[in-house]
Write a protein that binds this ligand. Structure first.
Ligand code: S3P
Length: 168
């Protein structure tokens, strides 16, 4: 197995925070896919959505994923929509992927608390819930799952490191 660890999950499930914690434990590099996209595009994700639309963002996201996966000893926090494209799902098939989940109420609370910087969060609660429900099957399709409800990010990271150590 490639020495890489990938986190998927809906927005606000803690992917970026947990990726950093896991990376520190393993002595690996933490990479955030949105940050890679932003540094390659030279502008924030919100601006990419605003100026070029979601379809273009998905193109950049797939490209950034391919480029990220050339690295090793990396904990990659993906964006919540990365599983939407089949080509991305295919790329992740041979890698150690863990999906982080949380109940809808918890996600909504966290997104509101974050101050809605995410473009899709700006589409309103109803639309956001629809996206969440539509994607559920994709998140559920990931074999390794951690439900983050009521668990500190540190504990989530410990569980994932343990899963990785047991399987590698
Ligand atoms: C998205 C999630 C965001 C970001 C973009 C689209 C999505 O990442 O990639 O706003 O489609 O779910 P986070 O999951 O890190 O918020």
């Amino acid at each position: 197995m490639e020495p890489n660890l990938i986190l998927t999950g809906f927005m606000a499930t803690g992917k970026t925070t947990v990726a950093k914690l896991i990376a520190a434990k393993l002595g690996w590099e933490a990479i955030d896919l949105d940050e890679l996209i932003e540094s390659e595009a030279g502008c924030p994700v919100s601006e990419i959505f605003e100026k070029f639309g979601e379809k273009h963002f998905r193109e950049l996201e797939s490209r950034a994923l391919v480029s990220a996966l050339t690295r090793i000893n990396m904990v990659l926090a993906t964006g919540g929509g990365v599983l939407v494209r089949e080509e991305n799902r295919k790329l992740l098939e041979r890698i150690f992927v863990v999906n982080l989940s949380a109940p809808w109420e918890e996600i909504l609370k966290r997104i509101s608390r974050d101050g809605d910087t995410r473009p899709l969060a700006g589409e309103g609660e109803e639309r956001l819930k629809e996206i969440f429900l539509n994607r559920k099957v994709l998140y559920d399709s990931i074999a390794r799952q951690v439900d983050t409800a009521g668990i500190a990010p540190e504990e989530v990271a410990d569980r994932i490191v343990l899963m990785y150590e047991e399987e590698k």
